[in-house]
Design a protein around this ligand. Structure first.
Ligand code: ADP
Length: 203
């Protein structure tokens, strides 16, 4: 995959961690600074494998969890080649809501390392990945999920498992992933994001 001029920033975090909110604030900041920015997200909705993922998530197709993560990885490579890389070559900033940290976070423990290695071998890494770390209970409150106690319990368990997987991912990625406390208020988090981007000389 060819050389690039722009910067590639990824936001990761469990549902309700505030990724969408922070991405929008960062985009507003970059717009005000005159920096051309492309916002994108996984999975794609208009590329072939992304469409299959969408159908699967909507219950239209049954697929086992690891096969689904392999689909996410195929979609990621296509997304990089067709959307992300061209924007980087035009010198733009690209901000993606999720990238391969999500595959690690949603893969069973025994396959995590393999899926991480697989992804690192087939798609380029981001210039910086920001993991918004929130307490799963806080995330649940934000997304206002679950009507029955059982649903709430199951949801909390899933979010906690994903958060732990993300922490494993952050440890493996060392300095390539910055962990930001996502429990704070929206503006404080935004300022922390800007600070980290400046520290890493991305801004
Ligand atoms: P994600 O994209 O990670 O699922 P969102 O950005 O959609 O998360 O945020 C989920 C909900 O939480 C939204 O209603 C949003 O307004 C709210 N929210 C996001 N960040 C914060 C924050 N720091 N404090 C309080 N509420 C927040």
């Amino acid at each position: 995959m060819t050389s690039k001029k722009g910067k590639f920033i990824v936001f990761e975090g469990i549902d309700g961690s505030g990724k969408g909110t922070q991405i929008k604030k960062l985009k507003d900041y970059l717009d005000r600074s005159g920096i051309k920015t492309l916002l994108t997200c996984e999975h794609t909705r208009d590329l072939p494998v992304g469409k299959l993922i969408e159908t699967t998530l909507n219950g239209g197709e049954k697929i086992d969890p690891l096969s689904l993560q392999i689909c996410f990885t195929a979609d990621r490579r296509d997304h990089y080649q067709k959307v992300i890389q061209p924007a980087l070559e035009r010198g733009e900033f690209v901000i993606s809501d999720r990238y391969y940290g999500s595959t690690v976070a949603y893969t069973d423990d025994k396959m995590k390392q393999i899926m991480l290695d697989f992804n690192q071998n087939i798609v380029p890494g981001a210039d910086l990945t920001i993991f918004l770390d929130v307490d799963p209970k806080m995330a649940m409150k934000r997304i206002g999920d679950g009507r029955s106690t059982k649903t709430i319990f199951e949801r909390l368990e899933t979010l906690t498992k994903s958060r732990n997987s993300y922490l494993w991912f952050c440890k493996k990625m060392k300095g390539d992933v910055i962990v930001i406390d996502g429990n704070k208020d929206i503006n404080t988090i935004h300022l922390n994001v800007l600070k980290k981007l400046k520290n890493k000389k991305i801004l």
